[in-house]
Design a protein around this ligand. Structure first.
Ligand code: FCB
Length: 444
């Protein structure tokens, strides 16, 4: 099996890319980076599989040149990577780490040398510990801290990046990390989550304004969207699924594009939001140039007794990835249409992440990851159909280039198109990598 599309199936200017993130691949122990809340979260028993952290990860910090070679040889147009706040500013504020700025400088020049467009994400979850000590995303000052960090980094590299995203996945930064407690800082508290929701949005808007004022363009934000399907036909299940959708999806699209939180979210968080939150909504809705959608799966949702949000996830019947996530490509097509119709209009949309963890086995120096190829094919078919229907979707980024540190799952879950041996650090392209390489090849 191989990837069943060609560039000609998409518009001439449609871009194909790969996505990664700093903490998941770089090796945070190298190059003078400061400590982050993921280091301490991982060091706390029970949070991460095998208590693994990102200290070494894929050692992309040292192996970045050959990793960029892989992206170029794979015929990808764009590389979506992130910078670590604590690598740039080890204390989160104050004096920058020259080695950190040099690293991103080299990396970006390395992309340009290879004809790859650099798509920078400013925050993909590794909050500096010094800021976590001050309350992290619960502290309203984080909007300014983040914006200042954005300006420091962009002053150095902003002249050469193709695009800049503020935040990767608002829902994960806030709800997953402060209400469900699955990610750093591991809180389970509705008030903390409410503050984090508001402050991460405000940080996005504040930084977007500052970068715009400094003359930078092609600014966007990246939303992770998850399809919410009622577990049955009862009104109670419909209602619970709508609540899940409000918390997961509209909680962030609503403020950024319509300057408002959905009612079904306010039902749970209004009494916990910071005083005067309404005054921040226009900053949060500072115009962006594009919208990124990360899409992986759907959830079946049923009502549950107990306090807000009074819902539970039910196991679904569809085939699942190695994460236990149902494979539901239709959800991606639906989101592309819904986001364009209801939120973004003519703004370019990018699928900034999509991919699957698979139970890969290495044989003969490669991995025959047919399941991953099928996943990509099914989701790309949805993107193609949406584009044909006039949705302004302008690019697709596969998650991920390399097997990497999959957060609370440690190194157990493999999402890469390139296999990584975490002892020798050897990279071995899988069949899916070769699939993209031939599908994306341009006629000589
Ligand atoms: C997304 C994250 C990314 C990776 C994938 C599997 O939520 O942005 O870092 O963990 O999921």
């Amino acid at each position: 099996m191989t990837l069943d599309f060609r560039r000609a199936d998409f518009a001439e200017d449609f871009l194909f890319g790969v996505s990664t993130s700093a903490y998941q691949i770089e090796g945070h122990a190298y190059g003078g980076a400061g400590s982050t809340h993921w280091d301490s979260f991982a060091a706390t028993p029970g949070n991460v599989a095998n208590a693994e952290d990102g200290a070494r990860a894929c050692d992309h910090y040292h192996l970045w040149e050959s990793d960029l070679d892989l992206i170029a040889a794979g015929n990808f147009d764009v590389y979506r990577f992130s910078a670590s706040w604590a690598r740039v500013l080890p204390e989160g504020r104050g004096t920058p780490n020259p080695e950190g700025l040099d690293f991103y400088d080299r990396l970006i020049d390395g992309m340009l040398d290879r004809g790859i467009k650099p798509a920078l994400t400013l925050y993909h979850w590794e909050l500096p510990s010094a800021l976590a000590d001050l309350g992290g995303w619960r502290n309203p000052d984080i909007a300014k801290w983040f914006s200042d960090y954005a300006e420091v980094l962009m002053a150095r590299v902003g002249d050469r990046v193709w695009s800049t995203a503020t935040i990767n996945e608002f829902w994960c930064v806030s709800w997953l990390s402060h209400f469900l407690g699955h990610h750093a800082p591991g809180l389970r508290d509705i008030r903390a989550a409410s503050r984090a929701i508001h402050h991460v949005l405000l940080a996005h808007g504040t930084a977007t304004q500052a970068l715009r004022a400094a003359g930078f363009g092609n600014l966007g934000a990246v939303f992770n969207l998850e399809h919410s399907t009622p577990a049955d036909a009862t009104p109670a299940a419909q209602d619970a699924a709508a609540r899940y959708d409000a918390i997961y999806n509209e909680a962030f699209l609503g403020p950024v594009f319509h300057q408002s939180y959905p009612e079904r979210l306010l039902d749970g968080i209004a009494s916990h939001l910071p005083d005067g939150w309404q005054d921040d909504m226009s900053t949060i809705a500072t115009p962006v140039d594009w919208c990124g959608i990360n899409y992986y799966t759907r959830k079946l949702i049923a009502p549950a007794p107990g306090p807000y949000p009074s819902l539970r996830e039910v196991e679904g019947p569809l085939p699942k990835t190695n994460m236990g996530w149902e494979i539901y490509p239709e959800g991606l097509g639906q989101f592309l249409r819904r986001v364009a119709d209801r939120f973004t209009g003519d703004l370019p949309l990018y699928v900034t992440e999509n991919g699957m963890a698979a139970p890969d086995t290495l044989a003969g120096g490669t991995v025959a990851d047919e399941d991953r190829i099928a996943y990509f094919n099914a989701h790309l078919a949805e993107v193609r159909a949406a584009a044909r229907d006039g949705v302004p979707v302008k690019g697709y980024f596969a998650w991920s280039l390399l097997d990497n540190y999959e957060w609370a799952f440690g190194y157990d879950k493999r999402f890469g198109m390139v296999h990584v041996d975490f002892d020798s650090l050897e990279r071995r392209p899988k069949a899916s990598y070769h699939g993209f390489q031939s599908a994306l090849r341009r006629a000589p």
